[in-house]
Design a protein around this ligand. Structure first.
Ligand SMILES: Nc1nc2c(c(=O)[nH]1)N[C@H]1C(S)=C(S)[C@@H](COP(=O)(O)O)O[C@H]1N2
Ligand SMILES: [Mo]
Length: 417
């Protein structure tokens, strides 16, 4: 849209929100034309420094929290708490809001007592302390983690009210640690025979996952820090694996063991769980990559559009195969598409933020976003995905999400066709 008409387009919205501010202003004085009076916080001293030595959000943001989906799991130890995607901005998930998924709760690991063993097809098995790991050459990179079961409740029908539950097993952080390749070199892994690495956690679940050696030598990080500080306990303190682009379960937390081998281990978490039941009744095993996916986070299910006029459409897009190339947005259920604006930087295997101008005039609408990644892969509709995958899967649902906007402004989760 040309600059001049874009200004006109926006000015209407600005005038409108101005009107709202006067009507519900802090002075609550709609009769007067004078600016609102000075509130109490402008006439007194505020809290002293160190009122909270580790900063916490404003008390007015108390609704922006992780939540569990009622009735989803039987215990709070083998469970999941979802990221509040609708309340977040940009591409970094604040550490305290990063979704959590544990098989046996959050262990209280003492970093002084924790050890990481590297063994198997290596010349010299090693045992590392945290001090050893932090001393090694390090990298910091921004990557998403998405649980393979994200959107898993939506295979048969639109099941959950909003984006926190439909897409909230998703987070994106700056991770710092040692490249796994450095540790494998250090132990002298057998280049001829090494084909896989097994990663094992120190939690009560002893969670284990097989990782192909190509991934291990490429961009996998043995990470001890997240968003500038040591990992949070929920995210695997003091050390976890980050396997970029691969389903979350492979990013083993509280990492205690790495074994180099020549065949997949076929452990419980890769034969009983994290398999995809296909329409022909056969289970697909070892689905590594999280295919390209996107979702509109605002307006999204459970929200109500307060007023007609300008309403920016915002969302997130990502691909386990690399960078996001383009995101298209539709407001009529996929009949017409417009190209969204992508916020720089666009990083490989990281969340990307997209935006699109929209003016809502009170008409019922069906909002959708569709991502295309740098490999040319196009995010499928739920109907197209079901053609291939059927309705009985739990994992790897990357279908286009539809939000219905009613004439009242209420937004809800629906599936079309
Ligand atoms: N040791 C261990 N690692 C684990 C898990 C676990 O229960 N134990 N859960 C896995 C699953 S299923 C996911 S989706 C991610 C979630 O990472 P997060 O809790 O940091 O969001 O961790 C993975 N790593
Ligand atoms: Mo997961």
């Amino acid at each position: 849209m040309p600059a001049a008409s874009r200004r006109r387009f926006l000015s209407q919205g600005v005038a409108l929100s101005g009107a709202i501010a006067t009507g519900r202003g802090i002075a609550g004085d709609a009769k007067s034309d004078t600016p609102p009076g000075e509130p109490a916080w402008s006439r007194s001293l505020g809290a002293p420094i160190l009122a909270s030595p580790y900063g916490v959000p404003s008390r007015y943001e108390a609704n922006t929290v992780r939540r569990q989906s009622p009735g989803l799991t039987r215990t709070p130890h083998s469970s999941v708490a979802f990221t509040p995607l609708a309340s977040l901005f940009g591409i970094i998930t604040p550490s305290g809001l990063h979704f959590e998924r544990h098989h046996a709760g959050v262990p209280d690991v003492d970093p002084r007592a924790h050890r990481l063993i590297v063994h198997g097809l290596v010349r010299e098995p090693r045992i590392y302390t945290m001090d050893d790991l932090v001393r090694f050459p390090s990298v910091s990179r921004i990557h998403f983690i998405e649980c393979g079961a994200n959107s898993g409740m939506e295979w048969a029908n639109a099941a959950v009210p909003g984006v926190q539950y439909s897409h909230g097993m998703l987070g994106c952080s700056e991770w710092t640690g040692v490249p796994l390749a450095v540790l494998l070199e250090e132990a002298g892994f057998d280049r001829k025979r090494a084909r896989y690495v097994l990663a094992e956690g120190a939690d009560g679940a002893s969670l284990t996952r097989t990782i192909p050696i190509e991934f291990a030598l490429d961009d996998v990080i043995v990470a001890y820090a997240q968003n500038g500080e040591m990992l949070r306990p929920e995210q695997g303190y003091p050390v976890r694996l980050i396997v970029p682009g691969v389903q979350g379960v492979s990013s083993v937390k509280w990492l205690r063991r790495l074994e180099v081998g020549d065949a997949p281990w076929n452990t419980r978490e890769e034969s009983l769980h994290y398999v995809d039941l296909m329409p022909n009744g056969v289970h697909r095993q070892y689905t590594w990559i999280q295919e390209a996916k996107s979702v509109i986070t605002s307006p999204s299910g459970g929200q109500t559009i307060a007023a007609r006029g300008y309403q920016e459409i915002r969302g997130l897009a990502w691909s386990g195969r690399g960078r996001v190339k383009r995101v298209d947005v539709s407001t009529d259920g996929g009949r017409n598409w417009r190209t969204a604006t992508l916020q720089e930087p666009i990083l490989p295997k990281a969340l990307a933020r997209f935006r699109c101008d929209w003016r809502w005039q009170g008409e019922p609408a069906f909002l959708q976003s569709r991502v295309i990644d740098e490999t040319g892969y196009v995010q499928p509709s739920i109907a197209a995905l079901r053609e291939v995958r059927g309705k009985r899967s739990i994992y790897h649902n990357n279908a286009i999400q539809t939000w219905r906007v009613a004439a009242s402004g209420e937004v809800s989760n629906v599936q079309l066709g």
